[in-house]
Design a protein around this ligand. Structure first.
Ligand code: CA
Length: 228
């Protein structure tokens, strides 16, 4: 059975491109050009994944993210223009799974959709406890980290940050989400903590901390643990 994708996008050209490329990938694609139209489709024929543009003629996409999250854990991938940076962070904090900034390639869109579907699909399975990419291994349960066959010693806080990124491997984790989950809700303004600890983590994990391959920066948004 093919998966259903709902594309909410008012730009005709982008909508048509997404519709055809998702169709080629085997998705059954529905489209909506506004929040109202999307809400109606969501109620009558719920999809398996939503690809959501933020700037829509009858409001902003964040409204729809809130509406969806009140009822379901449906994966949502947000698509935004560069000037919508602040809004993008807001929708991630409100429960969108990931985002892409225009212009993006179809390959990137499909990769984000795959990761979001995988995460939601395993929501009821045990939490992700192991991560490996090439010679970088993290085992949350055993609390061990290895790089190039050598054990890496992390401080408890460094380990907590890494464990949080492993739980969302492949997806962006916002500054706010990281600060809340590692330090607590009173620390959401302390983004300088993250810069400091990310620097330390990269020094221990990355072959070249200036060109990280594992702990990726999403400028102005957060961090992402690379999965491929
Ligand atoms: Ca738009």
């Amino acid at each position: 059975m093919s998966l259903k994708a709902l594309v909410v996008e008012d730009d005709r050209e982008i909508r048509t491109l997404m519709q055809s490329s998702l169709g080629v990938e085997g998705f059954e694609v529905q489209t909506a050009v506004s929040i109202n139209e999307a809400s109606a489709l969501l109620q009558h024929d719920p999809p398996d994944v939503v690809i959501l543009d933020l700037g829509l003629p009858d409001g902003d996409g964040a409204q729809l993210v809130r509406e969806i999250r009140r009822r379901s854990t449906l994966p949502i991938v947000v698509v935004s223009a560069r000037h919508q940076e602040a809004q993008k962070i807001q929708v991630l904090d409100e429960g969108a799974d990931d985002y892409l900034t225009k212009p993006f390639s179809v390959g990137e869109l499909l990769a984000r959709i795959r990761v979001a579907l995988r995460h939601r699909g395993t929501a009821l399975a045990p939490a992700l406890i192991k991560h490996s990419l090439d010679d970088f291994l993290v085992d949350i349960e055993m609390r061990t980290v290895e790089c190039g066959g050598q054990p890496v010693h992390l401080t408890p806080t460094e380990f907590k940050i890494l464990a949080r990124l492993v739980r969302s491997a492949g997806r962006v984790v916002t500054h706010r989400q990281l600060l809340t989950d590692v330090w607590g809700p009173d620390f959401i303004e302390h983004t300088h903590y993250l810069r400091l600890y990310m620097g330390q983590l990269r020094a221990k994990i990355e072959a070249d901390p200036a060109e990280p391959r594992h702990l990726l920066t999403e400028t102005g948004v957060g961090y992402r643990l690379a999965v491929e």
